[in-house]
Design a protein around this ligand. Structure first.
Ligand code: MN
Length: 255
């Protein structure tokens, strides 16, 4: 049976409709993620950020978790006060995703983190972030990691470590990726390995130390939006995640 993959969503305020009906929030998930999961052979479901308790109930019914991109994670999760350059944070989403991820990690569930998702994964495992790359990562000629052009266009190159699982999965070591982040990994969490970086040294991909034991992969670019423009490389990541979720489901059924 095709594995069920949960895709995290965010809450948006209903600002446009304020004149015609009461202000409210709605759940929003970019279609590229769920279509990416579907094309890879998974059954995608969108996870609304309701509460930590709901997160655990949802995770227990899934085979894999995809942490999507979005707003800045509250820096208090890595023990820092917010700096002025920090952007919007969504407390409901942060608490939901942290609870969901904690449960997924406990169950050994395959997790694929994209952009903010990679950052959330790193922090949940004990790492830290640059709250704002341009003002905090000094001493480097920093690239423009916040492009203004459409998501299917690439903006900088990425070098993937030749011996890494991500390189094997993608079938490439030189990538051209889009870039929509002003935050990045600062201190890497111990269970993760840095497996790709931009020419300025910014970490662009991570994987768990033993992917066959516990499949954890994070990418800093929006691979879901490059599935159709850059060959099969980015689709391969979705397929590897779905395949890992299928193996996880089989192991769980056998236990
Ligand atoms: Mn980048």
């Amino acid at each position: 049976m095709a594995p069920v993959i949960g895709v995290t969503a965010t809450l948006k305020e209903d600002l446009e409709l304020v004149a015609t009906r009461p202000l409210g929030s709605f759940v929003r998930a970019d279609l590229d993620y769920v279509v990416g999961v579907k094309q890879a052979g998974g059954v995608p479901v969108v996870l609304p950020p309701i509460s930590p308790g709901a997160a655990e109930e949802m995770i227990r019914r899934l085979d894999g978790l995809l942490l999507s991109g979005g707003s800045d994670l509250d820096p208090r999760y890595y023990g820092e006060e917010p700096i002025p350059e920090l952007n919007e944070v969504r407390p409901e989403r942060d608490t939901f995703e942290m609870a969901a991820l904690e449960c997924a990690l406990e169950l050994g569930m395959p997790v694929f983190g994209i952009c903010r998702g990679l950052q959330v994964l790193n922090v949940a495992l004990g790492g830290t972030l640059y709250q704002d790359l341009p003002s905090q990562k000094t001493g480097y000629e920093l690239l423009a990691h916040r492009q203004q052009t459409p998501k299917w266009q690439w903006t900088h190159e990425v070098e993937v470590d030749i011996g890494s699982e991500v390189a094997k999965i993608m079938g490439a070591t030189g990538l051209r990726v889009n870039s929509y982040h002003h935050q990045a990994i600062k201190e890497l969490a111990e269970p993760l390995m840095e497996v790709a970086h931009a020419p300025d040294g910014v970490i662009e991909a991570v994987e768990s130390r033993d992917l066959s034991e516990h499949w954890l992969v994070g990418i800093q670019w929006h691979g879901e939006a490059m599935r159709d423009t850059q060959g099969s490389e980015h689709r391969n990541l979705f397929e590897a995640h779905v395949a890992a979720a299928e193996r996880h489901a089989c192991r769980r059924a056998a236990a």
